[in-house]
Design a protein around this ligand. Structure first.
Ligand code: NI
Length: 256
Protein backbone atom coordinates (compact mmCIF):
# COMPACT_ATOMS: atom_id res chain seq x y z
CA UNK A 1 0.00 0.00 0.00
CA UNK A 2 1.11 3.55 -0.80
CA UNK A 3 1.54 6.63 1.41
CA UNK A 4 1.28 9.97 -0.44
CA UNK A 5 3.11 12.34 1.90
CA UNK A 6 2.06 15.55 0.14
CA UNK A 7 -1.24 16.31 -1.63
CA UNK A 8 -3.17 19.58 -1.53
CA UNK A 9 -6.57 17.91 -1.27
CA UNK A 10 -8.13 21.20 -0.15
CA UNK A 11 -7.21 22.82 -3.49
CA UNK A 12 -10.17 24.13 -5.45
CA UNK A 13 -9.25 21.90 -8.37
CA UNK A 14 -10.68 19.02 -6.29
CA UNK A 15 -14.00 20.79 -5.55
CA UNK A 16 -15.91 18.91 -8.26
CA UNK A 17 -15.06 15.36 -7.22
CA UNK A 18 -13.16 15.45 -3.90
CA UNK A 19 -15.39 13.04 -1.98
CA UNK A 20 -15.49 10.42 -4.74
CA UNK A 21 -11.74 10.78 -5.32
CA UNK A 22 -10.75 10.31 -1.66
CA UNK A 23 -13.17 7.41 -1.14
CA UNK A 24 -11.70 5.70 -4.20
CA UNK A 25 -8.05 5.92 -3.07
CA UNK A 26 -7.84 2.62 -1.12
CA UNK A 27 -8.95 0.77 -4.28
CA UNK A 28 -6.02 2.43 -6.07
CA UNK A 29 -3.58 1.20 -3.43
CA UNK A 30 -3.30 4.37 -1.33
CA UNK A 31 -3.78 3.99 2.43
CA UNK A 32 -2.52 7.38 3.73
CA UNK A 33 -2.39 10.95 2.39
CA UNK A 34 -1.02 14.03 4.12
CA UNK A 35 -2.72 17.29 3.21
CA UNK A 36 -0.33 20.17 4.03
CA UNK A 37 -1.72 23.64 4.65
CA UNK A 38 -0.40 26.70 2.82
CA UNK A 39 -1.97 29.33 5.10
CA UNK A 40 -4.22 29.38 8.17
CA UNK A 41 -7.46 28.83 6.21
CA UNK A 42 -5.98 26.04 4.11
CA UNK A 43 -4.58 24.36 7.23
CA UNK A 44 -8.05 24.43 8.76
CA UNK A 45 -9.53 22.87 5.60
CA UNK A 46 -6.91 20.10 5.71
CA UNK A 47 -7.89 19.37 9.33
CA UNK A 48 -11.55 19.21 8.32
CA UNK A 49 -10.68 16.70 5.57
CA UNK A 50 -8.70 14.64 8.09
CA UNK A 51 -11.76 14.54 10.35
CA UNK A 52 -13.97 13.44 7.49
CA UNK A 53 -11.69 10.75 6.03
CA UNK A 54 -9.70 8.16 7.99
CA UNK A 55 -6.93 7.99 5.40
CA UNK A 56 -6.27 11.76 5.40
CA UNK A 57 -3.86 13.43 7.84
CA UNK A 58 -3.08 17.15 8.02
CA UNK A 59 -0.10 19.48 8.12
CA UNK A 60 -0.55 23.05 9.35
CA UNK A 61 1.70 25.82 8.16
CA UNK A 62 2.34 28.98 6.16
CA UNK A 63 3.85 28.39 2.69
CA UNK A 64 6.64 30.85 1.73
CA UNK A 65 4.34 32.35 -0.95
CA UNK A 66 1.98 33.42 1.84
CA UNK A 67 4.67 34.57 4.30
CA UNK A 68 4.02 38.30 3.93
CA UNK A 69 0.24 37.90 4.27
CA UNK A 70 0.40 35.77 7.43
CA UNK A 71 -1.31 37.84 10.11
CA UNK A 72 0.41 38.82 13.35
CA UNK A 73 -1.38 36.06 15.23
CA UNK A 74 -0.70 33.29 12.72
CA UNK A 75 1.56 31.39 15.15
CA UNK A 76 -1.25 31.36 17.73
CA UNK A 77 -3.64 29.90 15.16
CA UNK A 78 -1.17 27.24 14.04
CA UNK A 79 -0.32 26.35 17.62
CA UNK A 80 -3.92 25.63 18.55
CA UNK A 81 -4.52 23.69 15.32
CA UNK A 82 -1.35 21.63 15.89
CA UNK A 83 -2.93 20.09 18.99
CA UNK A 84 -5.49 18.27 16.81
CA UNK A 85 -4.89 14.51 16.87
CA UNK A 86 -4.70 14.18 13.09
CA UNK A 87 -2.17 16.98 12.61
CA UNK A 88 1.12 15.18 12.00
CA UNK A 89 3.43 17.97 10.76
CA UNK A 90 4.14 21.67 10.55
CA UNK A 91 4.03 22.35 6.82
CA UNK A 92 4.37 23.27 4.29
CA UNK A 93 6.99 25.79 5.25
CA UNK A 94 10.25 26.95 3.69
CA UNK A 95 11.64 29.37 1.11
CA UNK A 96 10.86 30.00 -2.55
CA UNK A 97 13.26 32.28 -4.42
CA UNK A 98 12.00 31.16 -7.83
CA UNK A 99 8.68 33.00 -7.54
CA UNK A 100 9.65 35.38 -4.71
CA UNK A 101 5.94 36.04 -4.04
CA UNK A 102 6.87 37.26 -0.53
CA UNK A 103 9.93 39.39 0.31
CA UNK A 104 12.82 37.12 1.30
CA UNK A 105 13.12 38.62 4.80
CA UNK A 106 9.47 37.73 5.48
CA UNK A 107 10.00 34.23 4.09
CA UNK A 108 13.01 33.65 6.33
CA UNK A 109 11.32 35.02 9.43
CA UNK A 110 8.13 32.98 9.00
CA UNK A 111 10.13 29.81 8.17
CA UNK A 112 12.28 30.22 11.27
CA UNK A 113 9.32 30.97 13.54
CA UNK A 114 7.54 27.84 12.33
CA UNK A 115 10.60 25.67 12.97
CA UNK A 116 10.40 26.98 16.54
CA UNK A 117 6.71 26.10 16.70
CA UNK A 118 7.38 22.57 15.38
CA UNK A 119 9.93 22.10 18.13
CA UNK A 120 7.54 23.41 20.75
CA UNK A 121 4.69 21.09 19.71
CA UNK A 122 6.98 18.16 18.89
CA UNK A 123 6.08 17.71 15.23
CA UNK A 124 8.23 17.12 12.12
CA UNK A 125 8.41 19.79 9.40
CA UNK A 126 7.51 19.59 5.70
CA UNK A 127 9.99 21.82 3.85
CA UNK A 128 9.43 23.57 0.52
CA UNK A 129 12.65 24.70 -1.12
CA UNK A 130 12.86 26.23 -4.57
CA UNK A 131 16.02 27.97 -5.78
CA UNK A 132 16.81 28.68 -2.14
CA UNK A 133 18.98 25.71 -1.14
CA UNK A 134 21.68 27.70 0.59
CA UNK A 135 19.39 29.76 2.82
CA UNK A 136 17.16 26.77 3.64
CA UNK A 137 20.23 24.80 4.64
CA UNK A 138 21.63 27.71 6.71
CA UNK A 139 18.34 28.16 8.59
CA UNK A 140 17.93 24.44 9.22
CA UNK A 141 21.53 24.16 10.40
CA UNK A 142 21.28 27.05 12.80
CA UNK A 143 18.12 25.47 14.24
CA UNK A 144 19.44 21.91 14.19
CA UNK A 145 18.87 21.40 17.93
CA UNK A 146 15.19 22.26 17.49
CA UNK A 147 14.38 19.80 14.71
CA UNK A 148 11.97 16.95 15.47
CA UNK A 149 12.62 15.42 12.05
CA UNK A 150 11.17 16.43 8.76
CA UNK A 151 11.16 16.04 5.02
CA UNK A 152 12.52 17.98 2.06
CA UNK A 153 9.37 17.74 -0.04
CA UNK A 154 9.51 17.23 -3.80
CA UNK A 155 13.25 17.60 -3.58
CA UNK A 156 14.80 19.29 -6.63
CA UNK A 157 18.42 19.83 -5.57
CA UNK A 158 21.59 17.91 -6.31
CA UNK A 159 22.68 14.70 -4.59
CA UNK A 160 25.63 16.56 -3.02
CA UNK A 161 23.22 19.01 -1.42
CA UNK A 162 20.82 16.20 -0.44
CA UNK A 163 23.57 14.61 1.64
CA UNK A 164 23.70 17.76 3.76
CA UNK A 165 19.95 17.55 4.44
CA UNK A 166 20.31 13.85 5.28
CA UNK A 167 23.06 14.84 7.74
CA UNK A 168 20.44 16.92 9.55
CA UNK A 169 18.33 13.79 9.99
CA UNK A 170 15.79 14.81 7.35
CA UNK A 171 14.01 12.58 4.84
CA UNK A 172 13.94 13.31 1.10
CA UNK A 173 10.68 13.03 -0.82
CA UNK A 174 10.41 12.46 -4.57
CA UNK A 175 7.35 13.17 -6.70
CA UNK A 176 6.24 13.36 -10.33
CA UNK A 177 9.42 15.09 -11.63
CA UNK A 178 11.38 11.80 -11.25
CA UNK A 179 9.21 10.45 -14.10
CA UNK A 180 9.81 13.42 -16.44
CA UNK A 181 11.84 12.83 -19.61
CA UNK A 182 14.30 15.63 -18.78
CA UNK A 183 14.72 14.55 -15.14
CA UNK A 184 18.37 14.54 -14.06
CA UNK A 185 18.63 15.53 -10.42
CA UNK A 186 15.63 13.54 -9.14
CA UNK A 187 17.04 10.45 -10.88
CA UNK A 188 20.40 11.05 -9.24
CA UNK A 189 18.61 11.22 -5.88
CA UNK A 190 16.61 8.06 -6.58
CA UNK A 191 19.83 6.22 -7.45
CA UNK A 192 21.78 7.27 -4.39
CA UNK A 193 19.51 7.90 -1.45
CA UNK A 194 19.55 5.35 1.38
CA UNK A 195 16.15 3.65 1.12
CA UNK A 196 15.41 4.25 4.78
CA UNK A 197 15.37 8.03 4.17
CA UNK A 198 13.13 8.08 1.09
CA UNK A 199 9.49 9.20 0.91
CA UNK A 200 7.16 9.56 -2.06
CA UNK A 201 4.45 12.10 -2.84
CA UNK A 202 2.36 13.62 -5.59
CA UNK A 203 2.18 17.35 -4.65
CA UNK A 204 -1.32 17.12 -6.17
CA UNK A 205 -2.84 18.85 -8.03
CA UNK A 206 0.57 19.84 -9.45
CA UNK A 207 3.52 17.94 -10.98
CA UNK A 208 1.52 15.16 -12.61
CA UNK A 209 3.71 12.13 -13.41
CA UNK A 210 4.25 10.68 -16.89
CA UNK A 211 2.13 9.53 -18.77
CA UNK A 212 -0.57 11.88 -17.43
CA UNK A 213 1.26 15.21 -17.76
CA UNK A 214 -1.04 18.10 -18.62
CA UNK A 215 -3.86 16.64 -16.51
CA UNK A 216 -4.62 17.26 -12.84
CA UNK A 217 -2.51 15.21 -10.46
CA UNK A 218 -4.13 13.22 -7.63
CA UNK A 219 -2.85 10.88 -4.88
CA UNK A 220 -3.94 7.80 -6.85
CA UNK A 221 -1.02 8.47 -9.22
CA UNK A 222 1.66 8.18 -6.52
CA UNK A 223 2.22 4.56 -7.58
CA UNK A 224 3.81 5.84 -10.81
CA UNK A 225 6.47 7.59 -8.72
CA UNK A 226 7.15 4.33 -6.86
CA UNK A 227 7.37 2.40 -10.15
CA UNK A 228 9.90 4.82 -11.62
CA UNK A 229 12.09 4.71 -8.50
CA UNK A 230 11.96 0.90 -8.51
CA UNK A 231 13.06 0.89 -12.16
CA UNK A 232 15.93 3.31 -11.50
CA UNK A 233 17.22 1.29 -8.54
CA UNK A 234 16.56 -2.12 -10.04
CA UNK A 235 14.42 -3.27 -7.13
CA UNK A 236 10.81 -4.39 -6.95
CA UNK A 237 8.04 -1.83 -6.79
CA UNK A 238 6.67 -3.78 -3.79
CA UNK A 239 9.85 -2.94 -1.91
CA UNK A 240 9.60 0.77 -2.76
CA UNK A 241 5.96 0.81 -1.66
CA UNK A 242 6.70 -0.99 1.59
CA UNK A 243 9.82 0.97 2.56
CA UNK A 244 8.42 4.43 1.74
CA UNK A 245 5.21 3.65 3.63
CA UNK A 246 7.12 2.41 6.67
CA UNK A 247 9.32 5.52 6.56
CA UNK A 248 6.31 7.84 6.37
CA UNK A 249 4.45 6.07 9.17
CA UNK A 250 7.55 6.30 11.33
CA UNK A 251 8.25 9.98 10.59
CA UNK A 252 4.66 11.22 10.87
CA UNK A 253 3.43 8.62 13.36
CA UNK A 254 0.32 8.37 11.17
CA UNK A 255 -0.55 4.81 12.09
CA UNK A 256 -4.12 4.94 13.36
NI1 NI B 1 2.99 21.57 -1.83
Amino acid sequence: MLFDTHAHLDDKRFDQDRDELIRGLPDRGVFRVICPGIDVESSQRCIELSEEYDIVYAGVGIHPHEASSAGEDYLESLRSMAAHKKVVAIGEIGLDYYYDFSPRDDQKRVFTEQIGLASEVGLPIIVHNRESHKDVLDILRSNKELLVGGVMHCYSGSWDMAKLFLDLGLYISLGGPVTFKNAKRPIEIAENIPLDRLLIETDSPYLTPVPHRGKRNDPGLVGLVAEKIAMIRGISVEEVRRVTSENAVSLFRAET
